[in-house]
Design a protein around this ligand. Sequence first.
Ligand SMILES: [Zn+2]
Length: 310
Amino acid sequence: MQAGQCARFADRATCGTSSEFVAIPDSFISGGVPDADMVLFVASVPTDPDTNAWALACQTDKFGRPVAGIINFNLNNVDVSDQTWDRQLRTAVHETMHALGFSSNSFNKFIDRRTGKRYSADVPAQGQDIPGVTQSVTTRGHRVSYFVLPTAVAEARDHFNCPTLRGLEIEDGGSPSSAGSHLEKRVFYSDVMNPQAHTAPSYSRMALAVLHDSGWYDADFSKATVLKWGLRAGCPFAEDYCLAAGRVVAGGDKYFCPGPPSSGPKRRCTMDRYSVGQCGVYSWSKPLPAYYQYFPDTNKVTVALARACV
Ligand SMILES: [Zn+2]
């Protein structure tokens, strides 16, 4: 990168997907953008009606760091009322973090802060681990992937009070763009980088640590907020089935429903004790995989992304 210039955008004249994009001004291409570390295009191109927003990086520098990116908001789903401010802000921060590199497209470009070198020179095949960044193991009856980045793991071990925690579980549910690019909702339920918006989101040290461990940024951890979900809840909470043989996992009593409500919804306090919630159990169109079957009815589920529990 030249002093006073953003990286050139090569020959690329658009930023986005093949069908949803913005045009990059010619001046950005010919002259760069002075005094900018990154150019983030904020757009409202028509998109999938069920999507609130999406984001991606569209150009990187020679170190793999995104220098141009786009956030596209679906204006039909943007609610500007005061009551939804936290949720809307969370969406904007979430998408910005994707554009900054919290994305499966970027993980193989992460730089090990201890060596100054990339973790991997290769582009991994779909689902393949990136040594030092992600690791997959078979647990709870299926393949589960984790971030094993050093700062992020240290933060997660502290958060869950689990000194042996393998890593930060990566979301495996949802659309192809959701799986692999988020923290697992079951473990990081209200965190900014789980796949779904939450009314009371947290901006955890763990989410910041993933980008810190990219080697491209120094996270300001003083800006993080405490993730109440799973705080000091122990290893079983983070690693085991949320419900087994009709019993909630150790440390999980205030987070998980004990079973399907046999006589209507069971109302109870939410995990932060700020409101009243209920255990909603829904029918899936077909039996769930064996490792997600918590209830006698094999197609019953609560929150699909959260390993089918919560
Ligand atoms: Zn996302």
